[in-house]
Design a binder for this molecule. Sequence first.
Ligand code: IPD
Ligand code: CA
Ligand code: CA
Length: 266
Amino acid sequence: MATNMEQLQALLPQAEAIVRQAGALVNSLKHPQVYTKEGHANFVTEADLSSQKFLLENLAPLLPEAHFFAEEQKENHLVPGFNWVIDPIDGTTNFMRGYRPCAISVGLVKDGAAVLGLVYDVWAQELFTAIKGGGAFCNGQPIRASQAPLENALISFGTSPYYRDRAQATFAAVKDVFLHCGDVRRSGSAALDLCYVAAGRCDGFFESILSPWDFCAASLILQEAGAQISTLKGPLRCDKATAVLAGSPAVFQALCDLVRPHFAGL
Ligand code: IPD
Ligand code: CA
Ligand code: CA
């Protein structure tokens, strides 16, 4: 199947229905069994595993040739052709504690480039979507990045909680950014942070390490909404863990200039 706009437009409503059903499943598992993963305070719950199983089983028939790159499976690599890139719950710690922001993130990558993105906030029941070249939407309404200048900007950041050696650089960068912008935020869901930049609710975001399932879908939504995204060194790729920096056109370069020096040695 070639990915022209019409074919992606046919795929999107089917993927939307599946992601919303996965959200209902997650919402029905509010007190899940919790398991510990490798790394500091890194958990997986019965709800993450159920959500991933549901997504894999239901997305597979939509595009039988597609490979799955999903957080809670053992081996992950991108293959040539189609790949579904999935985070079954982004914000697991929030979900476990009833701290609201958490989302299901589903991206479709073709030959290395994201072509379809869905991020579903399971509490707010907001579904952010994009098709490459087709604009970005929240619950079907078009969204655009903001135009606020840096001095009034809201900038969100992630702490890379599973990589404690990044703390010094992260918090030094946050202080520097804070002193130049309106205020800062830390939500606990990188996928939603990026969608909030897309929707103009926030103006920029950075985190020193994220995995492709955290940012793949949202990176397309964000670019389709007119915002910019990259690593701290160059163009973003969906095949490996990397630093991520995003912003509206009004703040992106200034945010890069403030954040990048703090990670120069890492
Ligand atoms: C995490 C969230 C968090 C970010 C972490 C991610 P998870 O994803 O996106 O905001 O700071 O780096 O790993 O573990 O809840 O899927
Ligand atoms: Ca995640
Ligand atoms: Ca996750």
